[in-house]
Design a protein. Structure first.
Length: 56
């Protein structure tokens, strides 16, 4: 699944995510690390939106 996401201003790039996952013993490719990172960003955005909606 192709995504054109600009990670240049991000602190966590797919390459850094790949290093972190491999250091924990997970054998993943760069593409898989990018998919995992994208999924985590979606989950984080949902969590923030839910929190902000509760505080209104």
């Amino acid at each position: 699944m192709e995504r054109d996401i600009d990670y240049s201003s991000s602190k966590l790039t797919p390459e850094k995510a790949l290093q972190m996952l491999r250091s924990e013993g997970m054998d993943v490719t760069l593409e898989q690390a990018e998919e995992i990172l994208h999924f985590l960003r979606i989950i984080a955005n949902i969590a923030v939106l839910k929190y902000l909606n509760k505080t209104k």
